[in-house]
Write a protein that binds this ligand. Sequence first.
Ligand code: GRF
Length: 195
Amino acid sequence: MTGKTKIAIFASGSGSNFEALEIACREGELDAEIALVMTDKPASFVIERARQADIRGVALEPKAFPTKQAFEEALLAILREAGVEWIVLAGYMRLIGPTMLAAYPSRIVNIHPSLLPSFPGKDAIGQAVAHGVKVTGVTVHLVDEGMDTGPILNQAAVPVVEGDPEKTAQAIQKTEHVIYKETLQKLFKPVPANN
Ligand code: GRF
């Protein structure tokens, strides 16, 4: 027993959030063990980052299964065998279905690059810029059956850099890499209230 929370990270893309969490685990800022990284996109760079960090990478494509339920049951078998307690979504571009939600009730967390409930779904930063907001941000929330709708755990504001969506995106990523590890640490190891 290490006393560490066993997590699986799900990602579909570059995996910079995975990398930030992996460093936080190694440096003792996040009391968790990343049992595996799962991707639905075998070519995604997150798998290379996992390999470099010596963490098990699992690529599972939904199209290889007849139904979403069959896909999620196969995934669950892997998670259970690895002893995964919490699922951490980090740029995972797929809705979690009823099979997974029932197996991990209130134990799936997501990070989204906007101040929810504003700008859910794809290209949240583009949506915010197009809307002309001056401040956007990052939300960490529990996952329910909706798209970016579950209970909010934490938020941080990030100013929009006028005329420079790229800089805005960089500032958001920087904030994500800090807020995710901090929120997860509080979630896994809540500080007991003083009497
Ligand atoms: C992040 O902005 C995250 O909020 C969103 O997808 C992006 C993933 O980035 N859901 P990365 O793959 O972690 O670099």
